[in-house]
Ligand binder design. Structure first.
Ligand SMILES: C[S@@+](CC[C@H](N)C(=O)[O-])C[C@H]1O[C@@H](n2cnc3c(N)ncnc32)[C@H](O)[C@@H]1O
Length: 231
């Protein structure tokens, strides 16, 4: 998979790119490229933003700046680019990132991520250059960089070779394998610590019974989190 991230702060991704599962995914053939769109601005003094028409607080990223940066990187009109691949703007009000969406994105050959700053994007960027607007939660971050890293993390760890144990990415909270429910509880040694014993069934060696127990705990947790969400 090819992931290109458009950001004003590419250096934020230095640490992220060095994380094991990310470097594994890159070594296995994926790419993560950072593009500083200030490097492509047609405006003087490195300007990338401007005041909103109609007034109001803050600055907006300009459509001509994103046009120029996307065009320079892909050598194609960005309005055309989005007919060829997913171009995603990170925005607080977008479609919520969840495991199903991460699966969907992990199946794509290429993703372009646009990181906002200030008050966000001129709406024409969203309308004409993007295929998706994605949020990582109903709260406001200072910029799209952390949101892009969260999305990349959730997607890249699903790619073959990213994790040491392939099964790890299959049977996890919210996965299809668990029917969308949270994962069951895990325990490791010591089996008894301060009188807190791990459930006997996990020591039984009865694989079917363990499997059934885990599914049941997973279902219970799903019911509990649904009830908590409703209250
Ligand atoms: C300060 S925010 C802008 C918030 C915008 N004025 C609003 O009220 O929706 C600046 C940028 O951070 C990113 N961002 C902030 N919170 C986010 C979230 N929860 N999910 C995804 N991106 C987010 C977006 O790229 C956004 O354009």
């Amino acid at each position: 998979m090819r992931i290109d991230v458009f950001t004003l702060f590419p250096e934020w991704f230095d640490w992220f790119g060095s994380q094991r599962h990310v470097s594994n995914a890159l070594a296995a053939g994926s790419s993560l490229e950072l593009v500083n769109f200030r490097d492509h601005t047609p405006l003087s003094g490195g300007q990338v933003d401007d005041t909103p028409f109609g007034g109001g607080a803050g600055m907006l990223l300009r459509v001509d700046v994103l046009d120029s940066a996307l065009r320079a990187h892909y050598n194609v009109d960005p309005a055309e680019l989005r007919t060829r691949q997913r171009v995603i703007a990170l925005t607080p009000g977008g479609r919520m990132l969840d495991d199903g969406l991460a699966d969907e994105l992990a199946a794509e050959p290429a993703l372009t991520l646009l990181c906002g700053r200030y008050e966000g994007f001129d709406e024409r960027i969203i309308e004409h250059f993007t295929t998706d607007v994605i949020s990582i939660g109903r709260y406001i971050l200072a910029g799209g960089e952390l949101a892009a890293m969260v999305l990349c993390d959730a997607v890249l760890r699903k790619l073959p070779g990213a994790l040491g144990h392939e099964r790890s990415a299959v049977e996890e909270s919210f996965s299809v394998a668990l029917g969308g429910a949270p994962e069951y509880p895990h325990y490791t040694r010591p089996a008894d610590y301060r009188g807190w014993r791990v459930p006997e069934i996990l020591l039984s060696g009865n694989h079917q019974a363990i499997e059934d127990w885990r599914r049941e705990r997973s279902r219970e947790r799903g019911d509990e989190s649904q009830t908590a969400g409703e209250s």
